[in-house]
Design a protein around this ligand. Structure first.
Ligand code: ATP
Length: 318
């Protein structure tokens, strides 16, 4: 494996994981804090599309600020010293937790909590006029039973436009058809995640991109309450609606968040304040380090250190 490039001021402690485009190390930052230091691979930097995606992730991660979005502390978007220092989530990625307990479901309350947190981060992005485009278990990070949505590499502000993309297991029918993404296509992905966590399986399976496309375009998911009768009815109903083939028929991420918090016995308006103001754009130099814009039931297992990255053969970015 290519050794990680060094980033001045950061002391690498050990490898946390490897994705398609980066190595992520536990590191100590200049302030002495433990961070997840994400450093793009040489191949990433050498491929314009991948380098641009990494740069986008750095910029947006530093720009957004919400307790349910993976927090960025510092970064450099472009160039040979590109990196981003992220909050370290000791629970690792949700996909890793699920892979360690195949065939089992998360306890209902934990699943509702994780979904409520993801819906909360997503609702925040939507409120600010952004779409995420890659909601999936690999991009949900865990800490003390709470979750945060990460990987803003494909995200964009609707007003500025962006390329539609997604991961085939989670991708909405309109994206398969070549249409544009929207908050509703994120909600579709959230619906798939809800089925996965609450029902124990993704509603649409396939061995190839074509199979998955056929399933997402033409098949209807079974009722979630049929897969798991314990799912609170309002949550099951909204998760089912989230998988509507037509975007306007889907609920908002905020409606899902409300139902999920309700099911946990929490008041959605009191739970977490979601600032309404747009994020303050910060100048992020192309080559210099950037100042950050911002600053559960431990029933979810602690993460294994050095967990490897996964390869999703159907992952599509366009
Ligand atoms: N903030 C974090 N805290 C703890 N572990 C992390 C964190 N960020 C990443 N990791 C670990 O590093 C692995 C690789 O990260 P990630 O999937 O973001 O890499 P990537 O190369 O950007 O991914 P992609 O395959 O989407 O290009 C994750 O699966 C996870 O195990």
């Amino acid at each position: 494996m290519t050794p990680a490039r060094s980033i001045p001021g950061y002391k690498l402690l050990h490898l946390l994981g490897r994705g398609h485009t980066s190595l992520v190390h536990l590191a100590r930052d200049p302030e002495g804090r433990q961070v997840a230091l994400k450093i793009p691979l040489e191949e990433t930097l050498g491929t314009p599309e991948a380098a641009a995606r990494f740069g986008n992730e750095v910029r947006l991660t530093l720009q957004f600020r919400h307790p349910r979005l993976v927090r960025g502390y510092a970064g450099t978007a472009f160039g040979p010293r590109a990196f981003v220092a992220l909050h370290y989530y000791p629970g690792g990625a949700l996909s890793d937790v699920l892979e360690r307990q195949p065939g089992t479901r998360l306890p209902l309350e934990n699943a509702l909590r994780v979904l409520a947190d993801v819906a909360s981060g997503l609702a925040h992005l939507h409120r600010l006029g952004a779409v995420h485009q890659d909601v999936k278990t690999q991009n949900v990070y865990l800490e003390g039973g709470r979750a945060a949505l990460g990987d803003l590499g494909s995200a964009y502000f609707s007003a500025q436009g962006g390329e539609a993309s997604g991961s085939p297991f989670y991708m909405a029918p309109e994206i398969y058809r070549g249409g544009s993404s929207s908050p509703a296509s994120d909600v579709y992905s959230l619906g798939i995640l809800a089925y996965e966590l609450l029902g124990g399986e993704r509603p649409h399976q396939g061995e190839s991109y074509q199979d998955l496309m056929g399933a997402h375009l033409t098949r209807f998911a079974p009722p979630l309450s049929f897969l798991n009768p314990e799912v609170p009815r309002p949550v099951a109903r909204l998760a089912e609606l989230a998988l509507a083939k037509r975007p306007p028929d889907r609920p908002s991420a905020d409606a899902l968040r409300g139902a999920l918090l309700d099911s946990l016995g929490e008041d959605p308006s009191a739970h977490e304040s979601l600032p309404d103001e747009a994020p303050t754009p910060r100048q992020i130099g192309r080559h210099g380090p950037s100042a950050p814009c911002a600053r559960l039931a431990a029933a979810l297992e602690p993460e294994p250190e050095g967990a490897g990255g996964r390869w999703n053969p159907f992952k599509r970015r366009r």
